[in-house]
Design a protein around this ligand. Sequence first.
Ligand code: HEM
Length: 179
Amino acid sequence: MKGVVFTEFLGMVEQQFSADMVDDVIDDAHLPHGGAYTAVGTYPHQEMVAMVQALSQHTGIGVTDLVRAFGKYLFGRFAVGFPSFFQGVDSAFQFLSSIESIIHVEVLKLYPDAELPRFDVEHHDAQKLVLLYHSPRHFEDLAEGLMQGCVAHFGEPITITREPAPHGASHRFHLTRQN
Ligand code: HEM
């Protein structure tokens, strides 16, 4: 997993908890290189899981809630860090339906060794978007948080539900417009 995701995670821990909590999470996660991440480096995604578990133990907040909250925060950071991805995009459905065909394609140009999930658009009309997420890393909570962040960014009344899809490492997300 790219270092940018780790540095953003530790940034969220500092902003929403404290600098001491960053140190505690790094210590308790027993990270091989002491938690020194660079944005362009690549690190085992298990280290992210270990840090989230450590944060959960310290805060009493469940892992799923923490990962979702991180996804929402991360989307806000991406919106600031990658403004060109938002040019000409005026809705959450437009943005989310282009993750596979545009957004992550551009991400791969910037970070050629990024390990990205696959998002298939199963249905897309004005009221409903159905996305199928596949990843051997099982970051569906992160995906849900990123989608929540995207909906919040565009300020649209959209609800998100999800269900495990029948084939292996997949989840189906239903995004429904509420008006
Ligand atoms: C400006 C928008 C976005 C940028 C710049 C971006 C960039 C990235 C980067 C750098 C990674 C890490 C890859 C790695 O660790 O090797 C990643 C992973 C991921 N992205 Fe995106 N992304 C964006 C939008 C989204 C959105 C909107 C979603 C979901 C709805 C999404 C879902 C994911 C997930 C779930 C992963 C974790 C890897 C996995 O599931 O296997 N991304 N993205």
